[in-house]
Design a protein around this ligand. Structure first.
Ligand code: KIV
Ligand code: NA
Length: 265
């Protein structure tokens, strides 16, 4: 286990201490995120979009997640490392869900797995927990269901979807999840769920009333230019910084300025 454990996170919730979480997909970035003191590092299947260039998370495989998970865990000493279970490796079959989770834990040395969905996946969550594998839930805008939603718009703005989300959150807590991510729902609903649960509720676009926040690393660093949802705060403009560095290098190579006398043997 690493320094941050699921037990420590539950203590943070009880004390009202906010929890920080970011994604990472590789060794180098994971080391930076860990050293900066982030509590939870998520090896998100957003790697499908951010790293592999797919339009959705649907095509990403268990082998893909294991490759990224293993790269991240090699760098992380302090943060709790959570690996997303990808689409098609847990839904509708709790034995397959357990087998997938066991592969992730054995082959990546992560600390926990994350799964999207509520009542539909509770049997899978319970079976995974029988093996002693911690599970983080994920409700609201669950990107693996994008083909059902047909839009990346805010979820649970209508009463029936909001009530199902609250019921699902309570079910996941009862099943034994150590925390839940809520994605892109009204802030009032995020706060309501956070108050109703004794496990930590982590928000991405679910408002300031939640127990913690998560963002996709490449989005908050401003490496992506295209993606600008309201919930995203950009802490750097790495797209501009990286483009400038590469442009200057390109010019220096073409002009013969690089390498100079001190940069060769
Ligand atoms: O894959 C991911 O990055 C996620 C976060 C947005 C919560 O699931
Ligand atoms: Na994800």
């Amino acid at each position: 286990t690493r320094v941050v454990t699921t037990y420590r996170l539950s203590e943070m919730k009880a004390r009202g201490e906010r929890i920080s979480m970011l994604t990472a997909y590789d060794y180098t970035f994971a080391g930076i995120v860990d050293s900066a003191g982030i509590d939870i590092i998520l090896v998100g299947d957003s790697a499908s979009n951010v790293i592999a260039g797919h339009k959705t998370t649907v095509p990403f495989t268990l082998d893909n997640m294991i490759y990224h998970g293993r790269s991240v865990t090699r760098a992380v000493e302090r943060a709790l490392v959570v690996v997303d279970m990808p689409f098609g490796t847990y839904q509708g079959n709790s034995k397959e869900a357990l087998a997938s989770a066991i592969r992730i834990m054995k082959e990546t040395e992560a600390d926990a797995v994350k799964m999207e969905g509520g009542a539909e996946i509770v049997e899978g969550v319970e079976r995974i927990l029988t093996a002693g594998i911690p599970v983080m839930g994920h409700l609201g805008l669950t990107p693996q269901s994008i083909n059902k939603f047909g839009t990346y718009a805010v979820r649970a703005t209508e009463e029936d979807e909001a009530e199902k989300l609250v019921t699902d959150a309570l079910l996941l807590e009862k099943a034994g999840c150590f925390a839940i991510v809520l994605e892109k729902i009204p802030a009032a609903l995020g706060e309501r769920v956070s108050r109703a649960l004794s496990i930590p509720v982590i928000s991405i676009g679910a408002g300031s009333g939640c127990d913690g926040q998560v963002l996709v690393l490449h989005d908050m660093l401003g490496i992506n230019k295209e993606f600008s949802p309201r919930f995203l705060r950009r802490y750097a403009d790495l797209h501009t910084i990286i483009t400038d560095a590469i442009t200057r290098y390109n010019a220096d190579v073409k002009s013969g300025d690089f390498p100079n006398d001190g940069e060769q043997y």
